[in-house]
Write a protein that binds this ligand. Structure first.
Ligand SMILES: CCOC(=O)c1ccc2c(c1)NC(=O)[C@@H](C)N2
Length: 116
């Protein structure tokens, strides 16, 4: 069972991000895109996002709700779909994580309504 600490809202956000990380089995979303490996990345992507950045923002109280977390998750996915062509592993992984992550986030929304 979810171990709810004194701050259930923050605990729910942490648990939700843990679940999203777990689904990134190839770990392609765990760190910022390496700009020395991908030198043209910022020509296409104005606001990079990744799971480690989301973790830092979460612990820094940048997310007030599941919706805030979902916004950065959607940004991370859309960046990947934009930069990587359809026939790449990256693009396919983003489509997959979008589906699986969507279900995780819907469940977290429902839980946040019950813990307030
Ligand atoms: C060491 C080389 O790593 C990469 O080229 C690379 C590594 C990870 C990546 C990525 C590229 N591109 C992306 O769009 C995001 C999702 N992940």
């Amino acid at each position: 069972v979810l171990e709810l600490k004194l701050t259930p809202a923050l605990t729910l956000l942490r648990y939700t991000l843990d679940q999203l990380e777990e689904k990134d089995t190839a770990k392609i979303f765990s760190q910022p895109v390496n700009l020395s490996e991908v030198p043209d990345y910022l020509e296409f992507i104005s606001q990079p996002m990744d799971l480690s950045t989301m973790r830092t923002k979460l612990e820094g109280h940048a997310y007030c709700s599941v919706a805030d977390l979902e916004k950065d998750f959607n940004l991370m996915i859309s960046n990947c779909l934009k930069y990587n062509s359809k026939d790449t592993m990256f693009h396919k992984a983003a489509l997959q994580l979008r589906e699986v992550g969507g279900a995780i986030l819907r469940h977290a929304h429902r839980q946040s309504q019950s813990i307030g």
